[in-house]
Design a protein around this ligand. Structure first.
Ligand SMILES: NC(=O)c1ccc[n+]([C@@H]2O[C@H](COP(=O)([O-])OP(=O)(O)OC[C@H]3O[C@@H](n4cnc5c(N)ncnc54)[C@H](OP(=O)(O)O)[C@@H]3O)[C@@H](O)[C@H]2O)c1
Length: 256
């Protein structure tokens, strides 16, 4: 009998937030190549449809478009979809924003919006996915997109850093809380990768700041696929002994 490839996602159903762009889209495409069935979330319906069209693999994927910061009661809508596709085998939280806000002008609403999207929407989804009737009793894998800024500081990035460190901290405790149920929680902390998010960054408009950013990445800036490879590994059974970790994929940023 042929041995199953441990990196395969065949037979697994995976929810991916932020699937309409950048890293989330790349994770969707690579997961589809590994034969997963996908529930893809994002705000922009057209770009979500584009992602769907890039993921054809014979499985009946579904897309769900909503804004975590404005849609009221989205959990009810999602719960319905999840129960139709249960059991779920994993989730990737790639939806996120990266505000650059000096402390002295930061407003409470900006703190709330950032945490609502980067952290609370993720925690609410995990609560839904771990419910009886939705979770896969054989085990699950949760992959949360953090950042090198969960470990290192940067001027103007206190809010972003706080939100990403919150994901790393939460995943460690959740890893312990759910280990007995074979539910694994891991973060990925990328350095700067070329994506619509990083292309909007403040340093892109300032050649000197851009040079400094490049110098912080000994291997140069990354591509979305570099992060997606790590996510697919964490979703697959090849990583079945990994939980509570923060996988750094950063071109050497944190080595300095
Ligand atoms: N790119 C980097 O250099 C880098 C480095 C470290 C960590 N990260 C992290 O990796 C993740 C993905 O980044 P990326 O570069 O792929 O960013 P991106 O291309 O800007 O994609 C962000 C995704 O989040 C979704 N999103 C934004 N606001 C939302 C909201 N209110 N409700 C629901 N979905 C929302 C977007 O949906 P729409 O496009 O449909 O609006 C999009 O799918 C983020 O968490 C980011 O912090 C990125």
């Amino acid at each position: 009998m042929r041995k199953q490839d441990p990196y395969s996602l065949v037979g697994k159903t995976i929810l991916i937030t932020g699937a309409s762009s950048g890293i989330g889209r790349s994770i969707a495409i690579q997961s589809a190549q590994k034969r997963a069935k996908l529930l893809l979330m994002g705000r922009d319906q057209e770009r979500l449809k584009e992602t769907l069209s890039m993921c054809k693999n014979g499985c009946k994927h579904q897309s769900i478009s909503l804004d975590f910061t404005v849609t009221q009661g989205w959990q009810n809508e999602i719960e319905q979809v999840l129960s139709e596709h249960a059991p779920l085998d994993g989730m990737v939280h790639a939806a996120g924003i990266s505000p650059t806000i000096p402390l002295k002008i930061a407003q409470h609403q900006q703190l709330l919006n950032t945490f609502e999207l980067n952290v609370f929407s993720c925690i609410k989804l995990i609560q839904l996915l771990t419910r009886p009737g939705i979770k896969n009793k054989r085990g699950m894998s949760f992959v949360l997109l953090a950042s090198v800024m969960s470990e290192a500081g940067e001027k103007g990035k206190f809010l972003y850093s706080m939100s990403k460190a919150a994901l790393v901290a939460a995943s460690r405790s959740l890893a312990l809380e759910y280990a007995a149920q074979h539910m694994r929680f891991n973060c990925i902390s990328p350095g700067v990768v070329n994506s619509p998010l990083s292309e909007k960054s403040v340093y892109r408009g300032d050649p000197e700041a851009m040079q400094r950013m490049l110098a912080r990445h000994p291997l140069g800036l990354g591509e979305v696929a570099d992060v997606a490879h790590a996510a697919v590994y964490l979703l697959s059974d090849a990583s079945k002994w990994m939980t509570g970790s923060n996988m750094v994929v950063d071109g050497g940023y944190l080595a300095q």
